[in-house]
Design a protein around this ligand. Structure first.
Ligand SMILES: Nc1nc2c(ncn2[C@@H]2O[C@H](COP(=O)(O)OP(=O)(O)OP(=O)(O)O)[C@@H](O)[C@H]2O)c(=O)[nH]1
Ligand SMILES: [Mg+2]
Length: 253
């Protein structure tokens, strides 16, 4: 199985090489048929140069560095990378090393079941190791409930924002043309599309490193933006539903 991993990368010049080494080493052992696609989401620091220098010096294959000048957001970067991915399984993972690499091991194992079309980790899985402050717990639960109430998430999904997800190529081909979100609500939008179609999702444990950086996606401004985007997704779905009924009504008459 060929695996394409998209790595949306914004202002990660301090961590990105560690992530590259880690992914390259892990996949060379566990699933040597892979490609890593770093999408530089805005040339705002030296991430691109650092990656290119390292790849050249070490003559690494299977890695592409693509990107653009202006920052567009995680959603835009993920879509940009996925469009260019060639794998039978296509996924994305955060550019920093906060997620423990064994989470990817669990994800690959879950795909051994041929009927599984997507793999999604959850902080609530009984084997996850996540310790969160009370504030983060409340925020996380609130965000999930909002998603659950207004979108069509797959039934067994209990977490939305984890920065690692894998999908089979057929699923990506079907939903990618429908995706529009540029920022962090991309995860919600993808899960909503999967839920609407009814694809089988495997939920796996999520392992985070202890001393990780302060979260960007939980900043108030990003959270509000995410809520706005989620409401927009729900509104578009409702409009499509109403239009569908109208069309049937006019056809019937
Ligand atoms: N913050 C941010 N991240 C982006 C953007 N575009 C792509 N990303 C990537 O989205 C992923 C998640 O973003 P992070 O900033 O790590 O968010 P987080 O994991 O909630 O927070 P940290 O604790 O800061 O790592 C990373 O791989 C980023 O490089 C963007 O415009 N803003
Ligand atoms: Mg992060």
């Amino acid at each position: 199985m060929k695996l394409s991993l998209v790595i949306p990368t914004y202002k990660k010049q301090r961590e990105v090489l560690d992530q590259l080494e880690r992914l390259y080493g892990f996949l060379s052992r566990k699933n040597p048929n892979f490609e890593l696609i770093f999408v530089i989401d805005g040339y705002v620091d030296n991430t691109k140069e650092i990656l290119e220098k390292y790849i050249k010096e070490n003559r690494l294959k299977k890695i592409s560095i693509i990107g653009y000048k202006e920052n567009r957001g995680k959603g835009y970067a993920v879509r940009y990378g996925m469009k260019r991915a060639k794998g039978d399984v296509i996924g994305f993972i955060d550019a920093d090393t906060d997620i423990q690499i064994r989470t990817l091991g669990y994800a690959l194992k879950a795909l051994k079941d041929e009927s599984v079309m997507a793999v999604v980790p959850s902080k609530l899985h009984k084997d996850s190791n996540i310790e969160m402050t009370t504030f983060r717990k409340i925020l996380s639960a609130g965000l999930f409930l909002t998603n659950k109430l207004i979108l069509s998430l797959p039934k067994n999904v209990s977490d939305v924002g984890c920065g690692l997800k894998l999908f089979r190529k057929e699923l990506v081909e079907r939903i990618l043309p429908k995706l529009t979100v540029d920022r962090f609500a991309i995860d919600s939008e993808i899960l909503n599309e999967i839920g609407k179609i009814g694809y089988k999702v495997a939920v796996i444990p999520f392992f985070l490193n202890k001393n990780r950086s302060e979260s960007t996606s939980t900043h108030l401004r990003e959270t509000l933006r995410m809520l706005k985007d989620i409401l927009h997704i729900a509104k578009e779905d409702k409009m499509a539903f109403i239009t569908g009924i109208e069309m049937r009504f006019w056809k019937a008459n």
